[in-house]
Design a protein around this ligand. Structure first.
Ligand SMILES: *Cc1c(COP(=O)(O)O)cnc(C)c1O
Length: 357
């Protein structure tokens, strides 16, 4: 028996999705394929509230984090960091040789609209990067408010790492003025890893057209990707199993109802927070707690490595803190295909294990 996944990625996958992936492949230059991709892209657009472009990518999300800065900046990037994944975005920007300024908050706190406003009013940037849901700290940033600020700066694009938030909480791409939002599918989408999706605004595409190919590279050139996407194709052979799985998952989301899906995530998040708030303490600053995962501190002074080990022995995988927070925090995911009964179950088992410790 493999442990059931309560880590923030990969997340638990239902059998129906696994079965969809096991279908015999089709040729990726056929009408059947185009129909599949076009259905998937239309569904993603609907659920991201956008009428602009959606592209699919056979890569993990990090590939698109790199692609984003390489396609969207020719002047200077403002990277906002509130944890390990937003720091990764800043590191990528640096490694790609792009000009950047970095804006920090203490981990556990959110990147706020005020902080973004202060940065953008003080200097000129053509790209802002923020994370929607900082998976290392359990903080969900106020994306709508940040979007309102960036909208005031017509030359500044807004790029969002939405990996662990997308499909667990609403992201209104067009209304909030998001130029690029990216996510891999093994988090709140609830699919096995190996695939990513992104939205791209018309002005982001325009920006990419003005960037030299040598900066963008071949595989992740948004102009190339978009051109293929227009014909419901990809530039390279895609992971067709993931498209089958996305197609099924989009139907499942539609059957549940998108709003109901978000409400389910909120309900699971409240349940988890109430369970551990007093015993362990929440790492995220009040008001910015994530809907898709919770990061606990260790007020109880338990051996968190032993806690995760004992859970694993009982077939539940939880996460013992990311990066610098290893051993100091632990995280529980409540996203994707997980239901309230799964959450009740893992919390009961956690209670037993805590008692033992
Ligand atoms: C998981 C995660 C990533 C990395 O995603 P990959 O698919 O592993 O590349 C990036 N950002 C956030 C916020 C994440 O949660």
């Amino acid at each position: 028996m493999k442990p059931k996944l309560f880590i923030p990625g990969p997340t638990h996958v239902d059998q129906e999705i696994l079965d969809a992936m096991a279908q015999y492949p089709i040729g990726h230059r056929t009408a059947d394929y185009r129909e599949l991709q076009s259905k998937v892209v239309a569904g993603i657009k609907e659920f991201l509230y956008t009428e602009q472009s959606v592209l699919v990518s056979t890569s993990s999300a990090t590939g698109l984090m790199e692609a984003g800065v390489r396609n969207l900046s020719k002047q200077k990037v403002a990277n906002f960091i509130c944890g390990a994944f937003s720091k990764r975005q800043a590191d990528i920007t640096k490694i790609c040789g792009l000009d950047q300024d970095i804006f920090h908050v203490d981990w556990g706190h959110a990147t706020t609209a005020e902080q973004v406003e202060e940065a953008l009013s003080a200097a000129s940037y053509d790209l802002v990067t923020v994370v929607f849901n900082e998976t290392s700290t359990g903080v969900m940033n106020p994306l709508a408010e940040i979007g309102e600020v960036v909208k005031q700066y017509p030359n500044t694009l807004l790029m969002v790492d939405a990996v662990s938030g997308m499909m667990g909480a609403p992201i209104k791409i067009d209304e909030w003025g998001i130029d690029m939002a990216l996510a891999s599918v093994q988090k709140a989408w609830g699919l096995p890893p190996g695939f990513a999706v992104m939205s791209l605004s018309d002005r982001a595409l325009e920006r990419s057209r003005s960037i030299p190919e040598a900066q963008k590279g071949f595989y992740f050139d948004f102009v190339r990707m978009h051109k293929a996407g227009e014909k419901s194709q990809t530039t390279v052979t895609p992971s067709i199993p993931h498209l089958y799985a996305l197609s099924v998952q989009l139907d499942r989301i539609r059957a549940e109802g998108l709003e109901n899906r978000f409400t389910r995530h909120q309900a699971m998040a409240s349940r988890v927070r109430e369970w551990g708030r007093d015993k362990f303490g929440l790492y995220a600053a009040p008001g910015y707690e994530s809907d898709t995962l919770t990061c606990f501190t260790n007020k109880a002074g338990l051996d968190l490595i032993a806690l995760a080990d004992k859970m694993k022995a009982r077939n539940y995988l939880i996460s013992g803190g990311y990066g610098d927070l290893k051993g100091k925090t632990f995280r529980l995911a409540h996203m994707g295909n997980l239901q309230m009964e799964d959450i009740n179950d893992v919390l009961n088992v956690l209670d037993e294990v805590i008692e033992e410790l």
